[in-house]
Design a protein around this ligand. Structure first.
Ligand code: PLP
Length: 420
């Protein structure tokens, strides 16, 4: 309560802005994830890895737009690409020269995506991938994982949701026996299994290799389409998490940074499945979408993959994340506090518990109050992270920024030790 009061006192312009926004949007909000109590701050601008709010505070951006902002704010190569596209008109109502180049780049990065199609968001990509599996198998059920997140209408955490009305059954993340039994029992009706190979918003919990191998083997045995949602995890190596793990899904969905920070989504995979969308084939599946090939995204995406998030840049950013995570865990251990940092590469999450985190149930044991305090304390010290404790690195962050985050966490562990 004390931290929230101090927060309110420090952010009068954001408070007024929030109150005014409630007149036109429910709770002043159009992206649920951005709301937090007592009110979210409003940003005025960003540059590189820095953000400024409308009360004039400066932050180091350790959220990176929930993984979409890998280039940082106003990266010159992305700006150039967007300006170049704008110079020739925005929505052309026909094919443009950017889209096949961008598709070929995506295909090169993610070889399991033998053919690819673009959408406007990760949510839409997942909608299309699941629909593809249903159309191609003639089956109706979709196995999802509790605490998986695949977009606004694919949210499987506890609480109210407005999910797309597919026929869901549930597996347990990293529970081989229970999930395999669920798949076997429903095999004849199961069109797809969809999962994030590391839960992102669900707390940066990695899927274990034997679990993924079981999923690969069992789905292959029954002709079930295995979909990897790599909307977030595609940043974890030049070829996504599937390249690191050596597991090839039937379909992959992408989003976030690959569009250079513009609205983006893509789905693709096995040529025999994706060929169903070939408009020249009899009974071709339809997939229109006014903005699927919008030139701003196509052009920014080409720049993102060729000039910004090159394979070298991907490896360096993920190494920076590994180093940061081990330093933060070392702080927690040195102070003997109930705090740990999970994740992989450039994606991290804090959990206020000593229990090792292998599943969403383990993560639920974390102390939500001290995690809130972590957010407010870090923010006060000038670090912008997700309210739920997720941290995501972007390319303009410097070693000095990383040091200052470690210092802020050290200060938190010291000053709040009695609560942890
Ligand atoms: N899938 C995952 C794993 C995500 O984290 C997200 C967004 O956070 C989505 C899908 C949805 O993407 P979008 O917000 O672009 O619809």
């Amino acid at each position: 309560d004390e931290a929230k009061q101090a927060y309110t006192d420090r952010n009068p312009a954001s408070l007024a802005h929030h109150q005014a926004a409630t007149g036109a949007m429910p709770g002043g909000n159009t992206r649920t994830v951005l709301y937090y109590d007592p009110f979210p701050i409003t940003f005025a601008r960003g540059a590189g890895a820095r953000l400024w709010d409308i009360d004039g505070h400066e932050y180091v951006d350790f959220l990176g737009e929930f993984t979409a902002g890998i280039a940082g704010h106003s990266h010159p190569a992305i700006r150039r690409a967007v300006e170049k596209a704008m110079d020739s008109g925005i929505s052309l109502g026909g094919h443009n020269t950017f889209e096949p180049r961008f598709a070929a780049l995506v295909q090169q990065r993610f070889p399991s995506m033998e053919l690819v199609r673009f959408t406007n968001s990760g949510t839409e990509a997942n909608m299309l991938a699941i629909s593809t599996a249903i159309a191609c198998t003639g089956r109706k059920k979709v196995l999802v994982f509790r605490n998986g997140y695949h977009g606004a209408v694919f949210m499987f955490s506890p609480g109210a949701n407005i999910n797309a009305p597919f026929d869901y059954i549930y597996g347990s993340y990293n529970d081989i026996a229970a999930t395999q039994a669920e798949i076997e029992a429903n095999a004849a009706d199961l069109a797809a299994v969809i999962l994030e190979p590391m839960l992102g918003g669900g707390g940066c919990i990695s899927a274990e290799l034997p679990f993924l191998q079981m999923l690969r083997d069992t789905t292959a045995k029954h002709g079930i389409v295995l979909i990897f949602d790599e909307v977030m995890t595609s940043r974890l190596s030049p070829g996504g998490l599937q390249a690191v793990l050596g597991i090839t899904p039937d379909l992959t969905t992408l989003g976030k940074y690959i569009g250079g920070g513009m609205s983006f989504g893509a789905f693709g995979g096995r040529a025999d499945l994706m060929a169903r969308f070939d408009p020249r084939s009899p009974n071709a599946l339809p997939h229109a979408g006014t903005f699927n090939n919008n030139v701003l995204t196509m052009s920014a995406g080409i720049a993102a993959l060729t000039e910004v998030y090159t394979p070298e840049a991907a490896n360096a950013l993920n190494a920076m994340g590994e180093d940061l995570r081990s330093r933060l865990n070392a702080v927690a251990e040195r102070h003997g506090v109930a705090m740990q940092f999970t994740g992989r590469g450039s994606m991290l999450a804090v959990h206020m518990t000593r229990t090792p985190i292998r599943s969403p149930a383990d993560a639920a044991k974390g102390n939500a109050k001290t995690r809130d305090l972590f957010f407010f304390d870090l923010q006060k010290a000038g670090n912008w992270i997700a309210r739920r404790g997720m941290m995501v690195l972007s390319l303009p962050l410097t070693p000095a920024d990383i040091d200052s985050l470690v210092d802020a966490v050290e200060e938190f562990a010291t000053s709040r030790a009695h609560l942890l």
